[in-house]
Each structure stands twice: as C-alpha cells, then as structure tokens.
Design a binder for this molecule. Structure first.
Ligand code: ADE
Length: 235
C-alpha cells in the first residue's frame, strides 16, 4: 500500500511512523508512507494555504488550490472519476463517518493508493470534498485541532491489518472489535505479583476451559463498558 499524507505540519509526522509495527511494515515494503507539505503546492508569494470564509464567520478555511495541486501531482489527476482502481482520497474531519475496525479492515483489504488530507481550522473548501474526496472519516465524537492525529490513528489501524504486517495472523483476529467484543484480559509472569494472582484457569493448560473463560471475560468487559457493541451484535 502507498499512503500520501497532505498536511501543513509535516514535522508532526517526523517520527511517529518510525516505531514498532509501522516501522517494520515500511522496512519490509508492505507500506510506503510519504508526507507532503501543503505549502509546497501553493502558487502565491505568501504561500497561503487558508483564507477567510465567504459569507463571514469565525476562523479560516483551507483553500482548494494547494490540495487540488497536491492530489494532481500524487495521483496524476484531480478528477475523482479518473482515479485508478483501489485509490481512495480521505478527508479527516469530525463531520466524517466514524472509523470502526471493519472500516480499517476494508481499507487494508481493498486499497492500494491512499491519500489522506489533514483538515485544519474551521474546515476545508467544500469543492475539495465534492471533487476529490472519496471518504470523509472521523476518529470519534470530539474535535481535534487538526486532522493530523486522526491521520496517524487511521494509518496505524490500517497498516497493522496489511498482510504480514503483524508477526502472527491470529493476533489481529483476536483484537478487540474483530469479533464484536472487547478483548479478554491478559496475564504474564510472575504468577504472583505483590500478592495478586494469575487466574488459576490460565495455568492449567486446558485450552477449552481457557477459551470459555476468555469469552466470558470478553463478554463481561463489553457488557460493563460498551453495551452498545452487544446491542449491535444481536440486532
Ligand atoms: N479533525 C478534527 N477532529 C477530528 C476527528 N474527530 N476525526 C477526524 N479528523 C478530525
């Protein structure tokens, strides 16, 4: 997968993709991540990426031109109908569709070229959304000061699901949400830590019993903190 990130804060991304699974996936050429400074795509002398909103109101709005120029350079076109198959242009915005594990999986399975537009200020000129954007994505019901942290979250959620990105294929299958439930609790050495014991069932080697316990614990946790997941699972 190739990922191109458009941002006015390229420095924001300087080291975040240099650790752990994402670093490994980049080194193994499972994913290539390019960060583009939107200012490089401006044409005016002050290199302005934003301007005041028509109709008045607070804040500044991202101008369409630098974003169109960047997408045209990266994808060879700025007409959505002419994008190569398996190409998606995502605008990170609190107005977007909420990101879920299934959405991340769909991107990991289907997308080869991913362009991420990090919005800022009051928003992005609507013509960007109309002409360029295939998906608007929100990472949650709260407002960040920009799309950059959301882009990092989206990249992480997708890249770890790419084939061979994780050490073992089963680790992603057992993730929270993959089966509609939160993950079960995990324990490692020592068995007795400051008087707190590892549950007996995990020490016995009875795999059927361990599976049963894990499923029960996952259900219990989901019931306690995310009842909405259970209601969805049963409807
Ligand atoms: N930009 C600002 N807030 C955001 C959010 N919740 N998700 C995605 N992009 C954003």
């Amino acid at each position: 997968m190739k990922i191109d990130v458009l941002t006015i804060f390229p420095e924001f991304f300087r080291e975040v993709f240099d650790f752990g699974i994402i670093r490994r996936a980049r080194l193994a050429e499972i994913v290539a991540i390019n960060i583009h400074d939107l200012r490089e795509f401006t044409t005016d002398k002050h290199r302005m990426t934003d301007d005041r909103p028509f109709g008045g109101g607070d804040g500044m709005v991202f101008k369409p031109e630098p974003i169109f120029n960047a997408v045209e350079k990266i994808l060879g076109t700025c007409e959505r109908e002419k994008y190569a198959p398996q190409t998606r242009v995502v605008l990170l915005t609190p107005q977007g569709k909420p990101l879920k594990q299934a959405g991340a999986k769909e991107f990991a399975d289907e997308v080869e070229n991913l362009v991420l537009i990090c919005g800022r200020y009051e928003g992005v000129d609507e013509r960007v959304t109309e002409a360029l954007v295939t998906d608007e994505i929100s990472i949650g019901d709260y407002v960040l000061s920009g799309g950059e942290p959301a882009a990092i979250v989206l990249v992480d959620a997708i890249v770890r699901l790419l084939p061979n990105a994780l050490g073992s294929e089963t680790s992603a299958e057992n993730d929270s949400f993959s089966n509609g439930l939160l993950d079960y609790p995990h324990y490692t050495q020592p068995r007795d830590f400051r008087g707190m014991q590892v549950p007996e069932v995990l020490l016995g080697g009875n795999h059927a019993e361990i599976e049963k316990w894990r499923r029960a614990k996952a259900l219990e946790k989901t019931q306690k903190v995310r009842q909405d997941l259970l209601i969805k699972e049963n409807s």
